[in-house]
Ligand binder design. Sequence first.
Ligand SMILES: Nc1ncnc2c1ncn2[C@@H]1O[C@H](COP(=O)(O)OP(=O)(O)OP(=O)(O)O)[C@@H](O)[C@H]1O
Ligand SMILES: [Mg+2]
Length: 259
Amino acid sequence: MRVWAIANQKGGVGKTTTSLALGRAMVARGLRVLLVDLDPHASMTRAFGVPSEPQPPGVVDLFGAPPPTLASLLRPSPTEGLDFVCAQTALATLERRSATQPGLGLALSQAITRHDGGHDAILLDCPPTLGLLMVNALAAADRLIVPTQCEPLALYGLAGMVRTGEMVERSRQRPLPTSIIPTMYDRRTRIGRDTLAQLQVEYDGRIWSEAVPVDTQLSNADALAQQVFSGDPPGRALAAYARALDWLMDEDRALEAAA
Ligand SMILES: Nc1ncnc2c1ncn2[C@@H]1O[C@H](COP(=O)(O)OP(=O)(O)OP(=O)(O)O)[C@@H](O)[C@H]1O
Ligand SMILES: [Mg+2]
């Protein structure tokens, strides 16, 4: 079972979109996928049509004692083979508890290790903050996927996230390969083209050779959910995500072969 964390300390770079789009592309290939919403803002949970009040069962319950199984928290989505675990707004209070409760950083990875729900992949949609929830995701992940916008301001967030991944890798002494996916690329703008070219040079070997284009079909949560859950042929951004998935799978295979 693959566990991929989709993370960036910067907000609005396409983490949730990337999680949903990669999940869809995996299911289209016959894989069974579990998406986990780790963001207290619960964008992904809302995209699945689950209201935030009353709070649904979800990720926060994994931090209780004794924790429930992941299997007892998951919900089926409208797409066969795609299940999800909700985020709750109560996740926002977790960071405060973490100061007094040691060991909370491994709650998610312990739940995933025990999980036997027949999934081929678990995708973790992270919040845009380096806190307990992102730490949980990075501890559980065997690949870090960093979506980044192709604009100069996004480069700082990307550099910070890559450094965080390297720190986690050193402290846990288990590889955490990083894969960067440029998102919302507008090839008509000079700044977009220049930034993408700079990214490709700076992160050579860790970045996808293409970019997910700006696509109005993904420009808001409703449009995104419509694209992801409908059986319609994928638009240009979702088609790009399917190619990004090919690259990520190739990267996984290369790692396995090297090991
Ligand atoms: N390729 C795309 N083309 C056009 N709009 C996009 C594209 N990808 C994402 N968006 C839009 O950009 C916005 C931010 O995307 P998303 O919510 O996936 O980012 P995020 O990193 O998860 O944000 P947050 O940090 O708030 O969790 C959303 O409104 C989404 O619909
Ligand atoms: Mg998000």
